[in-house]
Design a protein around this ligand. Structure first.
Ligand code: 5GP
Ligand code: MG
Length: 167
């Protein structure tokens, strides 16, 4: 069985839910490379944030990065604003164990001390292994380990919940 959703409608839900939580003059946004960055571009424009969009790559920060592969792809993080005292919206596509978000927060704190970090994700798939919760999630569901959330696109952009092939 496959269930699918229209991603542009989900992004509108995220923007609607974020708007009352932030001041666009003060708040800034950081996308987690790669899946969070393209979502963040759309949300950043929809919210009209004054600060330029940032991105973090957490390949080397995840506590279990060795499981990602021997040669994880590494990109320089880019946070083009002062994080001290600022409200930051951290954006990713899927929240699962919470380890990616924990790693992203570690990296952000290397740049300074934000006033507040909000987490916005397209899908919270449950299965958290750390006390990490999304402030905004367009979809919240309980996926099993055998299920995978797949983004297809770009035209039309769809999100699907599918069963992984048995090994
Ligand atoms: P976590 O670190 O919370 O276990 O996993 C979240 C990260 O892994 C996200 O950056 C996301 O890109 C990726 N991820 C985890 N589960 C899925 C999934 O079912 N589908 C997709 N597309 N990405 C996932
Ligand atoms: Mg990712």
């Amino acid at each position: 069985m496959t269930i699918d959703w229209d991603v542009s409608a989900l992004l509108e839900v995220m923007a609607r839910d974020l708007r009352p939580l932030i001041d666009p003059e003060q708040a800034a946004m950081i996308g987690i490379f790669t899946g969070g960055v393209w979502l963040a571009r759309t949300l950043h424009a929809a919210l009209g944030l004054r600060q330029p969009l940032g991105q973090v790559d957490i390949s080397f920060y995840r506590d279990d990065f060795s499981q990602i592969g021997l040669h994880p792809q590494v990109r320089a993080s880019d946070i083009p604003f002062d994080v001290d005292g600022r409200d930051i919206i951290l954006v990713d596509d899927v929240l699962y164990t919470g380890r990616t978000v924990r790693a992203a927060m570690n990296e952000i704190f290397d740049y300074g001390r934000p006033a507040r970090i909000l987490l916005a994700v397209l899908v919270d798939r449950g299965g958290h292994e750390l006390p990490v919760a999304a402030d905004v999630a367009a979809l919240r569901l309980i996926a099993t380990a055998g299920e995978h959330i797949k983004l297809r696109g770009p035209d039309p952009l769809r999100l699907e919940l599918e069963q992984r092939e048995p090994q």
